[in-house]
Design a protein around this ligand. Structure first.
Ligand SMILES: CC(C)(COP(=O)(O)OP(=O)(O)OC[C@H]1O[C@@H](n2cnc3c(N)ncnc32)[C@H](O)[C@@H]1OP(=O)(O)O)[C@@H](O)C(=O)NCCC(=O)NCCS
Length: 242
């Protein structure tokens, strides 16, 4: 298996990535900040777009940005969206970064549970060290949280197993790499669409105005039929690698 960057293997951007894209809930691919900043994100931080490749199959990918952060919880970026905007804005302004912010990791569905995500995270941490970035943070999207959309993240983050590790497997993966929990990241990703768009993204019907539990969503989705709008604000969890 090789660890390369997306730019090293431009031949793998199409069909080879489809199974990894399919691992995400469709609505998450409609985050307007991600869409607006996608090209700039990729242009500014190509060294932090890593692929784990076996011959021509992409087994996992992970991406990160670099930004400036003073180490205080109070000045963390405004979640995933905030980190995208801050990193690109600072890069264009020539502000030197001191923090790697890991934005996502995805493993091919046929290779889950084999430690590949940890390998991808480690590859990014190594690149941070090579670039002289002393801090590494992550707005973690805990995979188990989708089963508890009614629970505030401030409560969820306290759910530990008897061995002291978190109940959530994705948080555990970060903890085993030495990461610690910092704080919830409210409004980390905000997605708004028409009711028809939300029905398409979720394969659900939303017959009346109100909050809905949606598969893959960490928080409730609020449907307003009068405004013809569905609104989703996702809370993530800031963690720091040491
Ligand atoms: C989250 C994700 C990256 C984890 O990848 P991974 O390589 O399976 O992670 P790990 O090998 O470290 O496994 C993490 C835990 O999940 C468990 N697990 C998850 N899915 C599993 C599966 N299908 N088979 C076996 N174990 C699985 C592992 O046993 C492990 O639990 P443990 O702590 O008891 O050992 C992967 O599930 C994924 O791509 N999800 C979709 C995208 C996403 O949500 N990314 C995270 C937000 S950025």
């Amino acid at each position: 298996m090789q660890i390369v960057t997306t730019r090293d293997r431009l031949d793998l951007t199409g069909d080879a990535m489809a199974p990894l894209r399919a691992a995400w809930p469709t609505f998450a691919l409609h985050d307007p900040v991600s869409i607006e900043y996608r090209d700039a994100f990729e242009a500014c931080f190509p060294q932090y777009a890593v692929l784990l490749v076996d011959n021509d199959q992409v087994l996992a990918n992970a991406a990160a940005v670099a930004l400036r952060w003073n180490g205080s919880v109070a000045t963390l970026p405004a979640g995933y969206d905030g980190a995208v905007v801050q990193s690109v804005t600072e890069h264009h302004a020539g502000i030197p970064a001191d923090t790697l912010c890991i934005m996502s990791a995805t493993v091919h569905p046929s290779h889950l549970g084999q430690g590949l995500a940890a390998m991808a995270l480690t590859a990014l941490r190594d690149r941070a060290a090579q670039a002289g970035l002393p801090r590494v943070i992550v707005p973690v999207r805990p995979t188990l949280k989708a089963s508890y959309p009614l629970t505030p993240m401030a409560d969820f983050l306290t759910w530990l197993r008897p061995d002291g590790l978190h109940l959530d497997p994705w948080i555990r993966t970060h903890q085993r790499l030495g990461a610690t929990i910092l704080a919830p990241a409210p409004r980390s990703m905000v997605v708004t669409g028409t009711v028809a768009e939300w029905e398409k993204w979720t394969a659900m019907a939303f017959p009346q105005t109100g909050p809905y539990v949606v598969p893959g969503a960490l928080n409730l989705v609020h449907i307003d039929r009068t405004l013809d709008q569905g609104h989703y604000e996702e809370t993530n969890l800031w963690m720091q690698h040491h």
